[in-house]
Design a protein around this ligand. Structure first.
Ligand SMILES: N[C@@H](CCC(=O)N[C@@H](CS)C(=O)NCC(=O)O)C(=O)O
Length: 258
């Protein structure tokens, strides 16, 4: 049985959950807490990033690499266009989000969450046993400077840069999605899945795994409201409604789907 080691709220983890769900791949999910995850993940991959997919005794990390592997093992439905030029373009959009837009936006999101460490703890420890949630909420304020440093939150300029990345991405999906509803060709692909997973962190589509525990803190609410009326946010909601389904369960819907 495949096992996904995940953070519950993370664009890269959402990408892989979404691909697994779409392809109806039987698997289990284990939610890790940022921080304590490090020793677990490093032992498996030599790095500390999630998602990690455990398969046949091996461990794969990197959302793009995991999805590439899934695409070979579980080809249907395909996430890559068959046309070579369109496939190259879909992969280029994925790389742009993975390597540029998402890490920049993440600084702004984490900065807003860390203004209220209890909110950060609640989002990431959502679903954990009470005692674990409580212990995590005690540790997060102490670990906040490390989280900032590890994610490149060096001051107001890095937060502003995240806003520039978000604006660029929302404009892009609105403009590129205008003709067919999709970013590449006229069908859903890895480009849409990647862009929507990243922007879902700000849009928080209802009835999806990326909706967060309510109520959200004031700083984070202000951040969500800043982009809620952007037409690109409508694109994200539409893609979620059409292609994500309403699986708000982080912990193993695929077992039920198998
Ligand atoms: N390029 C990687 C990035 C993964 C990544 O940055 N994951 C974050 C969560 S959003 C993480 O696990 N951070 C914790 C760490 O780096 O220790 C991917 O596509 O999977």
């Amino acid at each position: 049985m495949l096992e996904l080691l995940q953070f519950r709220h993370s664009p890269y983890n959402e990408k892989v959950r979404w691909a697994l769900d779409l392809k109806r791949v039987p698997h289990q999910r284990r939610s890790l807490l940022p921080g304590p995850h490090m020793s677990v993940v490093k032992r498996l991959t030599g790095r500390t990033t999630t998602p990690v997919l455990m398969h046949d005794g091996g461990a794969l990390d990197g959302s793009a690499q995991i999805i590439e592997w899934l695409e070979v093992q579980y080809p249907s439905p395909a996430l890559l266009p068959t046309d070579a030029a369109q496939r190259e373009e879909a992969l280029r959009i994925q790389r742009w989000f993975d390597d540029d837009i998402t890490p920049r936006m993440r600084r702004t999101v984490l900065d807003a969450l860390l203004q209220q460490p209890s909110m950060f703890a609640r989002i990431f420890a959502d679903g954990a046993p009470t005692l674990k949630r409580w212990a995590y909420a005690c540790v997060v304020p102490l670990a906040a400077p490390l989280v900032r440093k590890g994610n490149g939150i060096t001051g107001p300029e890095s937060v502003q840069d995240g806003h520039r990345a978000a604006a660029e991405a929302f404009d892009f999906v609105f403009q590129r999605g205008a003709a067919t509803g999709y970013l590449c060709s006229d069908a859903f692909s890895i480009a849409d899945l990647t862009a929507a997973s990243t922007l879902a962190v700000l849009v928080r589509p209802q009835n999806s795994p990326m909706a967060c525990p309510q109520p959200v803190g004031r700083g984070f609410r202000a951040l969500m409201e800043r982009y809620a009326k952007h037409p690109g946010a409508d694109w994200v909601r539409t893609i979620y409604a059409r292609h994500r389904g309403s699986r708000s369960d982080f912990d193993g819907p695929s077992l039920a789907l198998a």
